[in-house]
Structures are given as structure tokens and as C-alpha cells.
Design a protein around this ligand. Structure first.
Ligand SMILES: Cc1cc2nc3c(=O)[nH]c(=O)nc-3n(C[C@H](O)[C@H](O)[C@H](O)COP(=O)(O)OP(=O)(O)OC[C@H]3O[C@@H](n4cnc5c(N)ncnc54)[C@H](O)[C@@H]3O)c2cc1C
Ligand code: SF4
Length: 569
């Protein structure tokens, strides 16, 4: 997938809608609009990955000799970026470019945001309210669950109001869940099963889960939903989808009120102009603000749709923390690659606490500890990581890999055998995703000191976690420690991590507001300044909650589809 090919990448003549980006937001929108008879073109910067290559990609994911960015061919000149702020943010392990977007690599855990996530300002004085509520999104959440194909419980006692159970039954609880269940019962912690966009039975032409166990970053069977599925459906309904068509700039008309053209570059070195009646940016939470900033003009010297100065501001990611431990019995996990239970008990605030702790949710992991082959093969990690970091000294990902690899041992012979035997089959783990509070200084800006393969300034990610997130994480550790203590887990082998590098949830950079001075898009996801420019992305989120964003992205995209269908039909 590296060299040019003979695909026709010329523009479509006068389509109704041009969508930039073929991740879940762009794919669902394209499918809905094309099905309604609307003429749609999708421009996608990355390639079309051949489904038949997924087994090879799985192999890359399993072999430590490959850096994580190899699996979906991220990195290189196209994907350069820089960092400022406290966190050295490994952007290229936190996104994928291609037909399907980051959903090719995602973990497919899904959740609806809770009512309070839309009302953080008025309820707690902690952030700003969204201009829409859970009730506005509820019917679209249901539609999104059917579209993605969700397997999950009907009985999560902490779920916000829902109309019907998810379309597929939840996965059966793992053996590890039964170990945790006893401990949780003694602590009055209610476990419930987790929602996944992974098929527990065959669904919508895709197979049931086959248990390969490499779900994130790659599912070879197609049981895990990825947005290439809706791109194929959109094309079958008449949409045109052009891969390796990276949009460089948006151009407005003489009045500055409407976008007329998207200028895109192809691998053969051509530059084309795509005109359309309406434009929708669905290029993810980092590239959307970057494209708006890159498209500055005499009328908009600070970038398009940026009179509020908020394009790129309030970047949010999802901090996580985790604990692993050993117990004195085999944990006999199922060979699927995901945990089957969670608890959202700590999600809605204790309103009497002052200040209330932030939201977090706990996942009960389904791990068995490293496989013998993992233990043996990771011996070479430090050498590999050093070699690769010296090869590209500006790549922050590679230096952070060196740091991580330094903690891997260097053992051989009987010592290695002992480590393998003691490391196998008796591990358990818990992780928590925590809520952050939006901060204006966390942002995506343009960094002109480095350029990408087309000479454009690269995105700079500036992220410093809030003390609110730190305090919430401390509380999450306390609860996880209680569970491990109740299990009499081996405290000597317990390791903790605070993962401030996030897990690929890019939110907040074109926030939604009623007031044009307080946000970039209005409640319909239309940019305040430009009448035919819309945004479909978690970039419009006002707060982040502590749950995964993609079901909310999908619900917002389907709501936008309704609006555009009404306007364009
Ligand atoms: C490892 C990992 C695990 C994750 N796990 C979960 C999970 O369990 N649950 C969950 O809800 N979320 C998860 N996520 C997040 C989830 O993948 C994203 O929320 C989701 O993919 C965002 O969808 P999107 O369509 O808005 O953007 P994306 O999926 O980012 O797609 C945007 C697309 O736009 C394209 N693009 C960018 N710039 C341009 C341009 N200039 N011109 C043309 N095209 C462009 C990109 O190439 C990309 O294909 C995970 C992410 C990662 C990386
Ligand atoms: S466990 Fe299921 S979802 Fe995960 S990779 Fe295997 S088939 Fe795909």
C-alpha cells in the first residue's frame, strides 16, 4: 500500500455533499445520505486496506519486532507531528488513516454518555454544558447501536434511560470475571457486562467473533465493527469514495459565507478540486482543527470558522490507569482478547462529596499474563527501540518506546525459563478510564517548524492533565486496590500505571455552543460562520465524560444525516 496505483481519483461532478474523512463519522453519514438518494463524495487521506491482508496485519501486531505503527502503516512524512505540554503524546499510535479510520484499530467498547456528561456546568460548576442533552441524542444512540452492531447487556443498572436492549446478547462472562465477582460482592460493587461493537453472533453480513484475541489493533475475522463496512454500504448505495485523497485546503467564495471547493492531493502528485453544495469535516479531532487553521484566507486570517479563537482549543484525551496482580491459582482466561465485565458504579457523582470526585469506570481485564513467546521475544525490545529512535530522533513515539522497553528484563537460559514459568497463567488485571476537565490551554496548533509530505505545517499536540483528572485517578486506584486486596492478590507483583498518553479519544477541538463566541459549531454541528460547512466528530464534544466516545460520535453523525437529508432532498 505504498506506491501509486491506477485508481481514478478525479473529482465528482457537482455532488450534493463532500465528506472529508472515512472513519465511523464519515462512513455512517455517507451511507445514510447515499441511501436517501443524495449524491455524496468522500475524500479520504489514507489507503483502502485489503480485507484479505488482515491475517498478515495480525502477525505484525503479534511480533514484537514490529513497532505498533506498522500494523496500519502510520508514520513517516505524511503523519509528522510535534508535542508541547507535559505529556509526550504518541499521536501515531493513537489514530489510523485509511478507509475505516481509527476504528480499524479500536477496541470497540461502546457506551452512551450519561445525562450528567451534558450538564457538567449547571450541575457541578465544573465545565460548560452542552447545548444539547441526552434526550436529544437518545433515539440516535439506539440507531447507532443497530448500525454498528452492539452486543451487550440489557441490565446495566447504571445505564442512562434506554428504550430496547442492544441488538445482540452480551458475551458470556469470562472465568476471570467469576474470580472478581466474589471480591466485588464483598465490597458491594456491582459488576455488569460490557457493550462491544463485536458480534456475539453473525450480524449484518459479518461473522461472529472467532476468538483471535488481537481485536485492538486488528480483527482478522471482521467480527469487530470497523467503518470500512459502512463505506462499502455507502458505495453500494451510490456514494463515491476516493482513497489517498488528502484534503489540503478548503476554499470559500467571494462573500466568505460558503465553502466552494476542497483542494486535495493524490499519490501521483496531482492536485484536484472537488466542489460541492455542502461540506462535512469528518477527519478526526486532530486533523479537523488543523485543516481549518491551514485554510486561513484574507477574510479569515486566523483560520476558517475561528472568530471565537477556539479552533484547536480544549483538546481532550482519555487518561487511564491500571493495576495488574498475580493470584495463587490459574486464571484460565477465555481466548478472546477483551474483558467481558465492567462497573459504572463510580460514574455518576456522589453529589454530597465536596468537591465531588470525577467520573471513572472500571474494566475487569481478561489477561493471563505474558505468553511464553512474548516473554522470550521481548528480550530484544530495548535494542530494537534504540535503533529505531536513533534512526528518527525527532519522533517522540520512538523515544517513549525506548523508555518502556528499558523495563523489560534481559535474561537467558534457566533464568529465562523460570521467568516464563512464573509469569504464565496467573495474572489478573483491572483498568480505569477517568474523566478530564476541558482546559483551553490543551490544544492542537500548527507547528511551522516541521512540515508534512505536502509542505504543510504539522499539528502540535499540547496536553497537560488537570489536577481534577489526577485526583479522580487516585480515587480509581483506591477502588481497584480494594478489589485486589479482597482477592488476596500478590502485592509484590502488583504494578501500577498512570497512562497520561491517552487511548485515542480526540475530543473538544471544535466545541459546540449556542453562542458563536463560545464555540465553533452550533447545536446542529454547523460552523457558526460558514453556512454550508458542518463537522461530524468528537471534536464538537464540550466535555469528555469517562466513557468511550465513538457511540456519541455515531449518534451525532446520524442526527446530522437527518438534518442534511431534510435540507438537501
Ligand atoms: C487504539 C485505539 C483504540 C480505541 N478504542 C476505542 C474503543 O474501544 N471505543 C471507542 O468508542 N473508541 C475507541 N477509539 C477511538 C475511536 O477509534 C475514534 O473515536 C473513532 O474512530 C473516531 O471516528 P471519526 O470518524 O471521528 O475519526 P477517525 O476514525 O479518526 O477517521 C478520520 C479519517 O479522516 C481521515 N483524514 C484526516 N485528515 C484528512 C484530510 N486532510 N483529508 C482527507 N481525509 C483525512 C483520516 O485518514 C481518517 O481515516 C480507539 C482509538 C484507538 C486509536
Ligand atoms: S477476538 Fe473476536 S473481535 Fe477480537 S480479533 Fe478475534 S474475532 Fe476479532
Amino acid at each position: 500500500m505504498t506506491g501509486p496505483d491506477d485508481v481514478d481519483r478525479t473529482p465528482v461532478s457537482d455532488p450534493d455533499v463532500c465528506i472529508v474523512g472515512a472513519g465511523p463519522a464519515g462512513a455512517l453519514l455517507a451511507h445514510r445520505l447515499a441511501t436517501a438518494g443524495i449524491d455524496v463524495v468522500v475524500l479520504e487521506a489514507g489507503p483502502r486496506f485489503d480485507f484479505d491482508e488482515r491475517l498478515e496485519r495480525m502477525e505484525k501486531a503479534l511480533r514484537p519486532a514490529h513497532p505498533p505503527t506498522d500494523v496500519w502503516e502510520m508514520g513517516g512524512d505524511r503523519d509528522r507531528y510535534t508535542n508541547s505540554g507535559e505529556v509526550v503524546y504518541p499521536l501515531n499510535t493513537r489514530r489510523v488513516k485509511g478507509i475505516g479510520g481509527s476504528s480499524l484499530a479500536w477496541g470497540a467498547r461502546l457506551s452512551r454518555f450519561h445525562e450528567k456528561d451534558f450538564e457538567m456546568g449547571s450541575r457541578y460548576g465544573l465545565a460548560t454544558d452542552w447545548p444539547i442533552s441526552y434526550d436529544d441524542l437518545q433515539p440516535y444512540y439506539a440507531e447507532a447501536e443497530r448500525a454498528l452492531g452492539v452486543a451487550g447487556p440489557a441490565d446495566n443498572p447504571f445505564s442512562p434511560p434506554r428504550e430496547n436492549p442492544p441488538p445482540m446478547d452480551a458475551f458470556a462472562p469470562s472465568y476471570a470475571d467469576s474470580l472478581f465477582a466474589e471480591a466485588c460482592e464483598s465490597l458491594d460493587i456491582t459488576m455488569h457486562r460490557t457493550l462491544f461493537a463485536i458480534n456475539s453472533e453473525s450480524y449484518d453480513g459479518r461473522s461472529a467473533c472467532q476468538g483471535y484475541g488481537t481485536c485492538s489493533p486488528v480483527c482478522p475475522s471482521g467480527a469487530k465493527y470497523s467503518a470500512d463496512h459502512h463505506i462499502a454500504k455507502a458505495e453500494a448505495a451510490g456514494a463515491t469514495v476516493i482513497d489517498r485523497a488528502a484534503v489540503q485546503r478548503l476554499k470559500h467564495d467571494a462573500t466568505g459565507e460558503r465553502i466552494e471547493r476542497a483542494v486535495y492531493a493524490t499519490p501521483t502528485g496531482e492536485t484536484y478540486i472537488q466542489s460541492a453544495e455542502t461540506f462535512v469535516l469528518a477527519a478526526g479531532g486532530v486533523e479537523i482543527p488543523r485543516l481549518l487553521l491551514l485554510s486561513r484566507s484574507d477574510e479569515y486570517p486566523d483560520g476558517l470558522a475561528n472568530s471565537s479563537g477556539l479552533v484547536g482549543k480544549y483538546f481532550m484525551e482519555r487518561p487511564t490507569c491500571g493495576v495488574t496482580a498475580r493470584i495463587d491459582k490459574p486464571t484460565r482466561q477465555h481466548l478472546i482478547g477483551f474483558g467481558t465485565s465492567s462497573t459504572h458504579q463510580f460514574y455518576d457523582y456522589d453529589e454530597d462529596a465536596s468537591p465531588p470526585p470525577g467520573s471513572f469506570k472500571i474494566e475487569f481485564k481478561n489477561i493471563r499474563g505474558p505468553r511464553p513467546s512474548d516473554v522470550a521475544l521481548t528480550q530484544q525490545n530495548i535494542l530494537y527501540s534504540l535503533q529505531s529512535a536513533f534512526g528518527d530522533p525527532f519522533d517522540a513515539d520512538k523515544w517513549s518506546d525506548v523508555g518502556e522497553a528499558a523495563f523489560v528484563g534481559d535474561e537467558w537460559g534457566d533464568d529465562l525459563l523460570d521467568t516464563i514459568q512464573s509469569a504464565y497463567g496467573n495474572h489478573i488485571g483491572l483498568s480505569a478510564a477517568v474523566e478530564g476537565i476541558p482546559r483551553r490551554e490543551n490544544q492542537i496548533t500548527l507547528d511551522s517548524s516541521r512540515t508534512d509530505d505536502h509542505g504543510n505545517p504539522v499539528p502540535n499536540v499540547s496536553w497537560t492533565p488537570s489536577s481534577f483528572a489526577k485526583e479522580t485517578m487516585d480515587r480509581a486506584f483506591e477502588v481497584m486496590d480494594d478489589i485486589l486486596d479482597a482477592l488476596d492478590a500478590d502485592v509484590l507483583s502488583r504494578t501500577r500505571y498512570r497512562n497520561w498518553k491517552g487511548i485515542g479519544h480526540h475530543m473538544g477541538t471544535t466545541r459546540m455552543s449556542e453562542d458563536p463566541e463560545a464555540g465553533v459549531v452550533d447545536p446542529d454541528c454547523r460552523t457558526h460562520e460558514i453556512e454550508n460547512l458542518y463537522i461530524a466528530s468528537s471534536s464538537v464534544f464540550v466535555t469528555s465524560g469517562a466513557l468511550q466516545p465513538t457511540l456519541t460520535i455515531a449518534a451525532l453523525a446520524l442526527r446530522l444525516a437527518d438534518k442534511l437529508e431534510g435540507e438537501l432532498r
